[in-house]
Design a protein around this ligand. Sequence first.
Ligand code: ADP
Length: 521
Amino acid sequence: MFENPYVIGVDIGTTSTKSVLFAKSGEVVHKSAVPYPLLSPTHATAEQDPKAIFSAVIKTLRDVVSRIEPAQVLCLSFSAAMHSLILMDEQHRPLTQSITWADNRSAKWSTKLKNSEQGQRIYRRTGTPIHPMSPLVKMLWLRNEHPELFEQAARFISIKEYVFYQLFEQYVVDHSIASATGLLNLQALDWDSEALEIAGVSPKQLSTLVPTTHICQTMRTSCADTIGLPADLPVVIGASDGVLANLGVGAIQPGVVATTVGTSGAVRAVVDQPKTDPDGVLFCYVLTQDHWVIGGAINNGGIALRWIRDQLADAEIDTAKLLGRDPYDMLTAIANTIRPGAEGLIFHPYLSGERSPLWDANAKASFVGLGMHHNKAHMIRAVLEGVVYNLYLVLETLQDTIGEANSIRAAGGFARSKLWRQMLADVFNREVMVPESYESSCFGAAILGLLALGEIDSLDVASDMIGTTYQHRPIAQNVQVYQRIIPIYQRLLEKLQPEYAILAQLQNELESQPLNEEVNG
Ligand code: ADP
């Protein structure tokens, strides 16, 4: 049994690819990450170089494999970011970069489809909200605005399919990644003909659909040799990062909700039937053939603290450097000098538009309630709180569809901060459990790998394998403060929302105006 004690979980993310070597019992033995840039030549563009991503996959795998005896590896299993789109030519060469979930160029087509009866129907069958993130909407945009490029495409694939093609020379896609394209019928687990018609693609141009436990073999020898693994090692296709994060934090039972706050964020729960909501705001994606993940995704998670770090914290960054500390740790320590509620300063975190709960690409951030007595520490605390208030609104929407959440499991970069974790428990007024290892998507992939190989009987073992965790109980005094603020946050949001489109228009116009030469000399 101990002949092959390791499983490698690989997560192809938007900022980096991470490979984590897990012992079969669940402990992290080694990890490796290689970052890559997001290419944004215009403010609406968010692309990545597929070749750089494939090279990161190989590098991180080679790194973790070099630490052990390769024969001890039981399998590889993959997680990947959702919603990416690459157009490939007949010769299997990319015609485009990988267009990521964050790319907004299809906004016009999204609005058009969303406002139609057809759009609503397609959402209900596919579970992918109609939004520029959706590959369906991206195809509609390319088909209409770049027909010459669209016509050249022999295939339409995601970054995960690109990586699998490089490894196996096969176009395969798991039900999970496919369910986030807006093209998969969730009940039938097959391509939806009406969605394909809108996108203007045929099933032949899409990859072969397989379950998330599907095993791919045999790897191209050149790849296997570079990584240092046998070419016939089982490689489990796995699922998307979102649904695997639920599995990786053990949130797969009814009433257990997972919250992830990385750069963006999400609130999700596992259900045993595909479910959508009447307003078209919640997503529903496949985990396995009998587990679906329903929830809401937010744009403005850790990115809000990153904005503070990059725009308002030069002095703190210098001090952090001198002290050899992480700037984020400095900022959260400063926020912790202020009492819960930031003395009445409220922040709406919509720095980059918002998906759930607003679905408004024009949404803008704001501080409301500033007074002379507020300083930078209040502002930092308000930003951390604002991200959590927004997540709470998503939780409320989710509860309307699936019922009460009893407990919360959390993961993502925000979980490095004790203050932010406790804030989540206090604002949500629920116990929060956070695994110490925050690579939850890699861990989820590893568990799915064990299931695919028949090493475990059910996904329920995840909770027992998680290891050390942080537990946070709501602190009554803080809960009271937050429960007074949440309705104010919500009312302010309702008042501000009608102004967002007007502000966006103004910002676009002012951005393109030249500087006044006379004043600027
Ligand atoms: P990604 O979502 O890109 O994979 P992560 O899950 O690592 O990235 O999350 C990155 C975010 O986590 C940062 O933008 C930041 O807001 C937050 N973060 C990272 N480190 C800390 C920390 N020590 N304290 C608080 N927040 C942190």
